[in-house]
Write a protein that binds this ligand. Structure first.
Ligand code: MN
Length: 335
């Protein structure tokens, strides 16, 4: 059990606090940042801002009703950042995913608190590490923080953030990481009045037509390896253009592809316009895939991981499929 009281003391001691999460933010990072923002506003009365390294995805705009989330803009934000006492970073996985914001925090020597459920190496750059790899979502940890430090009932916006975080990271309570704790936190959120069906619809029934068109192309070009245990697909700029879609539209496809009968591991290869290639791995639970992601310079959870490599799309596909066919059989989750 983490020493939440000690963590509260550190937060209590800061006057100006920056809350942030990784680039291409998801429901866990944004939900926890807004839940903490609501706490800092209503209970602690702190000077705080939520500043993120990339754009807020449309499907999470319901978390930003008071326009409290902004994309980092050094020109406008640096004067405020100069006098920040503490940066709390949610769900980041790796400091590098803060991009320019991370560099500007580091160069000013501002203390950082890493609240996360991703594994981190011993020699990480954070001042304080608050890590629980057993938590299904960072949202579960923030719920624990609130109840361990005397918050008896959640405000609606705290609960909305926490519920969004846990719902998205557990695939709506379906993935193997879901525990009784996830459900207990969800109960607390429901008791605080969250509209669970509305949150679900905002996040998952808000696909653009372009995104659905892109999904159609992907599903019609799926490839299978290892007797059908591995399914994979590629996305490149041409395909995005054909569908009228953008890079923000690709999230979630790997989870969907994993749903095919017999498929244990789904892999997405996304050849980005800047020449790098993003690889996403999703496992049903028979194989762990974070070691494979790690061998390509990435990382993540046992059953959901990823990497970004500098090799072009085709070469990446060849390299990864070769590595997977040689190494996946040795990655049994329960040997
Ligand atoms: Mn997460």
């Amino acid at each position: 059990m983490l020493d939440w009281q000690h963590i509260k003391t550190i937060i209590d001691g800061a006057d100006r606090i920056l809350l942030t999460t990784h680039e291409n933010p998801d429901g866990d990072g944004l939900g926890t940042a807004t839940a903490m923002g609501s706490y800092l506003e209503s209970i602690q009365k702190k000077d705080f801002k939520i500043i993120i390294p990339s754009d807020l995805p449309f499907e999470y705009s319901f978390l930003n009703q008071q326009q409290q989330i902004r994309r980092y803009n050094p020109n406008e934000d640096l004067p405020w950042l100069e006098f920040v006492d503490l940066v709390i970073i949610f769900d980041v996985g790796d400091f590098i995913r803060l991009r320019q914001l991370g560099k500007d925090i580091q160069s000013r020597g501002i203390p950082t608190m890493n609240i996360d459920h991703h594994p981190h190496p011993e020699d990480n750059p954070f001042t304080y590490n608050v890590v629980d790899t057993g938590a299904a979502a960072t949202g579960e940890m923030i719920h624990e923080f609130f109840i361990s430090t005397g918050i008896t009932s959640l405000t609606l916006s705290m609960a909305t953030g926490i519920y969004t975080a846990i719902m998205t990271d557990t695939g709506s309570f379906r993935y193997t990481n879901t525990t009784a704790k996830s459900h207990l936190a969800a109960i607390a959120c429901m008791e605080a009045g969250v509209d669970t069906s509305r949150i679900y619809q905002q996040v998952y029934e808000n696909n653009s037509r372009q995104r659905v068109t892109l999904l159609g192309h992907i599903l019609s070009s799926l490839r299978y390896e290892l007797d059908g245990e591995v399914a994979w697909f590629t996305i490149d700029s041409d395909l995005l253009k054909k569908a009228g879609a953008g890079p923000e539209d690709v999230d979630g496809f790997t989870d969907y592809v994993r749903s095919v009968r017999g498929v244990e591991v789904a892999i997405m290869f996304f050849g980005k316009p800047d020449g790098t290639c993003r690889i996403n791995f999703r496992s049903k639970g028979r194989y762990t895939i974070n070691q494979i992601a790690k061998s390509f310079g990435g990382g993540g959870h046992a059953f959901a991981a990823g990497a970004v490599v500098d090799t072009p799309l085709r070469e990446t596909v060849t390299n990864v499929l070769k590595y997977v066919s040689e190494n996946l059989p040795r990655q049994k989750a329960n040997p």
